[in-house]
Design a protein around this ligand. Structure first.
Ligand code: MN3
Length: 238
């Protein structure tokens, strides 16, 4: 029969081995490979200097986006998450509560910025919208200028930090905005809008403050000159 001393000894051994097991697990986690990585930019940091200054590009990609990736990797330890950031976005609402908000913010930051970089191009390489994209814009907004006005209104009316979006829903184009690092791939209960992103604009102050300070409208207007229509066309056609 187990007396009190034996019971305490057994309990102590069980606790010690469970601590050891946990220590090994967290060591394993520290050694685990990162699940997500910072993409390199397909242009130099000074590629848009007249519109987005070099220092902003350096800090935005090398510090802000890099931090989202690092924090996402930290939060992802021990979880089996989709490798594709886009797929991860559509699963945010299914994550355990204790991880949901950190992965929503940092995973959203990773997905949004990864997409945003591909939607910029030096002015000589921006291309033009395809006939299909033009037709979709006309059918949803009347014409491209009205689409741009509505997009700017969405970017301007987002209070605080967030993103403006052109997205496809039920085969029509729509415009909206999200708070923080939310996006239309997330469940609508989280982000307020849902659909397939076609174009996005970062309206966090870190995206424009050095050059534009409080003049967000000027940033939005200038940004149209470096929108990569080749990417817009490809996203629309997918
Ligand atoms: Mn940003």
């Amino acid at each position: 029969m187990m007396n009190r001393r034996n019971f305490l000894n057994t309990a102590a051994i069980a606790t010690t081995s469970s601590l050891l097991f946990r220590a090994e697990n967290s060591l394993g986690s520290l050694l685990a490979e990162d699940q997500y990585s910072l993409p390199s930019l397909p242009y130099t940091h000074d590629a848009f200097d007249a519109i987005i200054d070099t220092q902003t590009m350096q800090i935005h990609h090398g510090k802000h986006h890099a931090a989202y990736v690092a924090n996402l990797n930290k939060a992802a330890v021990g979880l089996q998450l989709p490798k594709s950031p886009a797929e991860l976005m559509s699963r945010i609402h299914t994550l355990p509560d204790e991880k949901k908000s950190v992965i929503r913010n940092n995973g959203g930051g990773h997905y949004n910025h990864t997409l945003f970089w591909t939607l910029l191009a030096p002015q000589t390489q921006v291309g033009t919208p395809t006939a299909e994209v033009i037709q979709a814009i006309q059918s949803s907004f009347g014409n491209i200028d009205t689409m741009k006005e509505q997009f700017a209104a969405a970017a301007m009316s987002r209070f605080g930090s967030g993103w403006a979006w052109l997205y496809k829903k039920n085969n029509r184009l729509q415009i909206g905005s999200t708070a923080n690092q939310d996006n239309p791939l997330m469940d609508e209960s989280l982000s307020g809008i849902s659909g397939k992103p076609i174009l996005c604009l970062d309206v966090w102050e870190h995206a424009y403050y050095l050059k534009y300070q409080n003049r967000r409208a000027d940033y939005v207007k200038a940004w149209w000159n470096i929108v990569n229509w080749n990417t817009v066309n490809a996203l629309f056609a997918e």
